[in-house]
Write a protein of this length. Structure first.
Length: 552
């Protein structure tokens, strides 16, 4: 079995699949891709509407949970991460949201030089084939297929109309010129199939002889000669192996696994590493710190008309949907059902949106654990730029031991103010004339939940993670003591080691994280291979002209 490669990539997730494709494009370059999970061939992975199944399956999910969260009634929060080819792109909700332009401009301000919106937009375009065609914002010939939903249920349009009526305006493309407002969401679905990073990038690349994929392999540490990364040690089906990297080792395990592996390899807070029995190699206090996430709750309304997805929850209807999808690739099975949404600002003085909505024509929990008992619909709503920060820390020197995950949700007072705004502003949207034909009653939080104390109590008990952990190996200036990688994605303090995944986000982006993670990997591939970056874009971005004095 080949043991020496030019590049070793750890993790076949959203970033790892992109890098495996781009870095193996040169037939003279050898690449090894290591993944702990197994095949993504299951119809439960590939069928878009089955998204709650792999997310909660021991076969496809790492099964992480947070420590008890003090501000959420000591609840331990589920942290699903894809343990499968394609990683979390094989278990996520398939909502394609790039983030706001100012997210990336802030990255550059925080020390990630060369990652402004003008720099990253061309990489979003390179990654994408948009079903409605390329323009100054969208791509037309990339591996990742994106499309809007069919919007067949009238409730999707009612949600957009309600947002317009409430004064927020409509965006024809939430990933284009204007994010603020309400509009149709994009999804990573192609020909009725989940278009994961595995389907988009990895499968075509696996035809190349210079790319090797080894699954069911747990990487235990990065190997060093001095401070130069030279390979990895890993276990595969009970046997131990080593693989050597001539040029670089690239960690793509995500916001939980990448800091864990760095710490196991001696890179992190030295005092903490000593306590766990790991010999420190390089002191980087930021490894595992700066953990960010999006929180959301479900604002649920009882429907006065029987037009929601409630009837399809019965086992026989699910079976029929599955059979139709298997036979034709179409029907309800071909949608993630998050077909409309929006972005708004919580108050005057906020320069760009800080609240996101996902609309669903069904009243149900995101993971499918709490099913509706009647016709209803809901908006998933939550703040985008929480000021709370958490951490990921190894407990022992064993790679098989799950790390300690502590989000410290709602530990900053500003986060509570934004949550209260989410409740009040969402209620306004649902009480518009646009929803009058469908609105019967407010199921959750309930019309009586109006005072700050009551809203806070509701949030403590009902808020859920949107499953967007990030920031634990943040990108920044090498002089920043909390930065872990530089703007070339190189781990600071060592050689030939990179981290490329959502862990390196200096600040969490507006919306879902799959699109920005894929963009990260596209751009990082050029950095690692020594290629010149794509030319900057000069595409303009809309900002509410009255943002300083008006909330909408």
């Amino acid at each position: 079995m080949q043991t020496e490669f030019d590049y070793i990539i750890v993790g076949a997730g959203s970033a790892g699949c992109v890098l495996a494709n781009r870095m193996s494009a040169d037939a003279g370059t050898s690449v090894l891709l290591l993944e702990f999970g197994g095949s993504d061939a299951s119809p439960f992975v590939q069928m878009p509407s089955a998204l709650a199944i792999p997310m909660n399956s021991k076969q496809f999910d790492w099964g992480y949970h947070s420590e008890p969260e003090a501000n959420l009634n000591n609840r331990r929060m589920h942290v699903p991460r894809g343990k499968v080819i394609g990683g979390s792109s094989s278990v996520n909700g398939m909502v394609y949201v790039r983030g706001h332009a100012e997210d990336f401009n802030t990255w550059e301000h925080l020390g990630a030089r060369g990652w402004s919106y003008a720099d990253v937009l061309p990489y979003f375009q390179r990654s994408e084939t948009y079903s409605r065609g390329a323009d100054a914002y969208r791509g037309g010939d990339g591996p990742l297929h994106t499309r809007k939903g069919d919007m067949l249920n009238p409730l999707y349009g009612a949600f957009i109309a309600a947002g317009v009526e409430a004064g927020y305006g409509e965006s024809s493309d939430l990933n284009g010129f204007r994010q603020e407002g309400f509009g149709a969401f994009d999804m990573t679905v192609h020909r009725g199939v989940r278009w994961s990073a595995a389907n988009a990038y990895l499968r075509p690349a696996l035809r190349r002889k210079n790319l090797r994929l080894r699954s069911r392999c747990l990487v235990e540490k990065v190997l060093f000669e001095g401070k130069k990364a030279v390979g990895v040690a890993y276990t595969c089906k009970g046997s131990k192996f080593q693989a050597k990297a001539r040029r670089a080792v690239v960690l793509c395990g995500g916001a939980i696994n990448s800091p864990q592996l760095l710490q196991l390899s001696g890179i992190g807070d030295s005092e903490h590493l000593k306590k766990t029995g790991v010999a420190p190699l390089v002191h980087r206090a930021g490894v595992g710190a700066n953990l960010m996430d999006h929180l959301e709750f479900y604002f649920q309304i009882k429907s006065s008309q029987p037009i929601t997805l409630y009837p399809v929850l019965s086992p026989w209807r699910k079976a029929l949907i599955g059979m139709q999808w298997m036979a034709t690739g179409g029907g309800l099975g071909a949608s993630n059902h998050f077909e409309s949404g929006g972005f708004i600002r919580s108050r005057a003085g906020v320069p760009y949106p800080d609240i996101q909505f996902h609309f669903l024509p069904l009243a149900v929990s995101y993971n499918g654990g709490k099913m509706a008992s009647e016709h209803g619909f809901q908006a998933h709503v939550g703040p985008m730029r929480s000021k709370s920060r958490g951490s990921v820390k190894i407990k022992t020197a064993a790679a098989t031991e799950k790390p300690e995950i502590r989000f410290n949700y709602l530990s900053h007072e500003d986060d509570w103010a934004e949550m209260r705004a989410c409740v009040r502003l969402t209620r306004e949207v649902f009480e518009t004339e646009a929803f009058k034909p469908y609105y019967a009653a407010e199921l959750q939080p309930g019309k009586s939940v109006t005072r700050d104390a009551d809203i806070d109590a509701f949030v403590r008990q009902h808020v859920e993670s949107a499953y967007h952990p990030s920031g634990t190996c943040k990108m920044g200036d090498p002089d920043d003591a909390m930065a872990v990688v530089d703007s070339q994605t190189r781990v600071i303090g060592v050689e030939n080691l990179n981290v490329v995944d959502s862990s390196i986000l200096p600040l969490i982006t507006n919306g879902n994280l799959n699109a920005p993670t894929i963009m990260l990997a596209e751009k990082a591939a050029d950095h690692i291979l020594g290629k010149a970056p794509l030319a900057q874009s000069n595409a303009p971005v809309w900002q509410n002209p009255d943002w300083e004095i008006s909330q909408r």
